[in-house]
Design a protein around this ligand. Structure first.
Ligand SMILES: CCCCCCCCCCCC(=O)SCCNC(=O)CCNC(=O)[C@H](O)C(C)(C)COP(=O)(O)OP(=O)(O)OC[C@H]1O[C@@H](n2cnc3c(N)ncnc32)[C@H](O)[C@@H]1OP(=O)(O)O
Length: 214
């Protein structure tokens, strides 16, 4: 059975809606995150950094939406805007590497990414929590059907080898089995042509989803 998968568009709609500059700013904050973890604790740049960032935050304080306005209604709201803010593939979320997903055959999703120092766990290796996050995300999209939220119910990760920083990582996820509402998915990360992490998980839509006319 061919899955209907809605992938994030890498900020295309944001750009089309006039958000080019905001995407550029998100890229700058991403760069800032990387710079922050590379600074010496006694950097002489710190006082000026505080001052300039304070100005930036002052500018934003009057612009930002309340937290509650950014939490979509599970059953009513469309996922588009929310996905631009995702911590993994959100073009507008500086925490996101970001990964941009593409289809891999009829039942799979694929992406490649390269992670830098903000994602370091053991020396030179990606933090295990981020390894699981990347797999969770890509596998969630492989499981996800158009116009429906879907949740991770179970995720088992095997950390077979180090997942290296600064190297191209190939992520793939594919649906293994569908059993009623239950969607079983497999995923893996390859580096240098070798599988370094793999996972299996169960995805489910919420049980109490109202009928479409509600
Ligand atoms: C466009 C794309 C968008 C989607 C794109 C999304 C991409 C982003 C991906 C990010 C993913 C996340 O971060 S998701 C966030 C983290 N996950 C969550 O917050 C989920 C929290 N859990 C829940 O809300 C709930 O448990 C649900 C909705 C998942 C399911 O609830 P439920 O259906 O009422 O019932 P529940 O008891 O949980 O179990 C359902 C069935 O699964 C079985 N089951 C449970 N665990 C197991 C297990 N390990 N192995 C076998 N079977 C299991 C149970 O026995 C039961 O079977 P039976 O008795 O029915 O036969």
């Amino acid at each position: 059975m061919t899955r209907q998968v809605a992938l994030p568009d890498g900020g295309e709609k944001v750009r089309a809606a006039g958000g080019e500059k905001l995407l550029e700013a998100a890229g700058q904050v991403r760069e800032l995150l990387d710079a922050m973890v590379r600074l010496d604790v006694r950097t002489p740049a710190a006082p000026e950094l505080v001052e300039r960032l304070d100005e930036v935050l002052e500018l934003l304080r009057v612009e930002i939406a309340p937290e509650s306005a950014m939490v979509p209604d599970l059953f009513k709201d469309r996922k588009g805007d929310y996905m631009d803010r995702s911590p993994v593939s959100g073009a507008l979320n500086p925490m996101a590497p970001p990964v941009s997903l593409r289809m891999d055959g009829e039942n799979g999703v694929r992406t490649s990414t390269r992670l830098g120092l903000p994602y370091q766990g053991p020396p030179g290796r990606v933090h295990g929590g981020w390894v699981a996050t990347l797999l969770d995300h890509v596998m969630g999209f492989a499981a996800g059907t158009v116009d429906q939220w879907i949740f991770t119910r179970s995720l088992t990760v095997d950390y077979d080898h180090a997942v290296p920083l600064f190297e191209e990582l190939e992520l793939t996820a594919w649906v293994e089995e569908i059993d009623g509402r239950k969607i079983w998915v497999r995923g893996q990360i390859e580096a240098g042509g070798k599988v370094v992490a793999q996972a299996r998980g169960l995805w489910l839509p919420p049980r109490n989803r109202p009928a479409p006319q509600d």
